[in-house]
Design a protein around this ligand. Sequence first.
Ligand SMILES: O=C[C@H](O)COP(=O)(O)O
Length: 323
Amino acid sequence: MGDRNPGCELDIGWLNNVHINLPAIKQRATALQSRRAVKKEWQAAWLLRALTCIDLTTLSGDDTSCNVTRLCLKAAHPLSPDLLVALQLEEISEKITTAAVCVYPARVKDAVSSLKKMGMADKIPVASVATGFPSGQYLLKTRLEEIKAAVADGASEIDIVIDRGLVIKHQWEELYQEIQQMKEACGPNVHMKTILAVGELGSLTNVYKASLVAMMAGSDFIKTSTGKENVNATLPVGIVMCRAIRDYYQRVGYKVGFKPAGGIRTAKDALNWLILMKEELGTCWMYPDLFRIGASGLLGDIERQLYHYATGRYAAIHEFSMG
Ligand SMILES: O=C[C@H](O)COP(=O)(O)O
């Protein structure tokens, strides 16, 4: 990924000048899904692009070094050799990896050592969730320590969660300061993605304001959800966050990345998110330096659709090495 977002002063006036037109956002989300059809070789190319933007994730209570190793193997070799041949991609197979792996802080060492053993540590970054994921309901001191520990163990990307209470109570100054401290805890070389947990923020207006505060405080990416809320990544929320990113870019001059995450399971979902990026932010936001999809269960369906494109038939999900 490129430079880090320097952030800017907290601008409360900007926050107070926000109006979200809910029916228009919903209409736009519906239109995005129906207007643009990506078919045949274009669909295969878009699915490959989506694959390279995935933060391949495991965030389960029963994660062990074994399934983290398997995750890393899958991230490094997401498509089977047969499928790569069928797609005529064998010559560039080393370029076809997921964007990162994403794990709990306690599993960072496992992921780093697995990738090192595969010779992929320089190519696939390890992202760690942190700051009391998924709730964020821990003392700030503990949350900051968690970031530092994950970085010390080798994480080069940190996905922080915010304290949703600060958004619900409109404590923008406190939110700004907490995120700034988290950025500082990440150190100079680590990219920070800020998870807003949009399903718990109460309104799209709050989503827009929280997006702006997160960017003003220096977040390199803003991310929709932890995957653990009742409502996770939805297109209306994505539109609002992308417009906040666009507004921030126009005013501050820095391109912040976007990561939808939570409940993204199908190739069609992935295409819809890519369409949203293209239409709302433009093609430069369709690459892993500015776009990630956080997903634990998406890769299997992308593989399945690519298999169908290459062979004309569908394979069962269990025919692939990991769904
Ligand atoms: O950060 C990524 C999310 O936790 C993934 O959510 P998911 O398991 O619903 O794909």
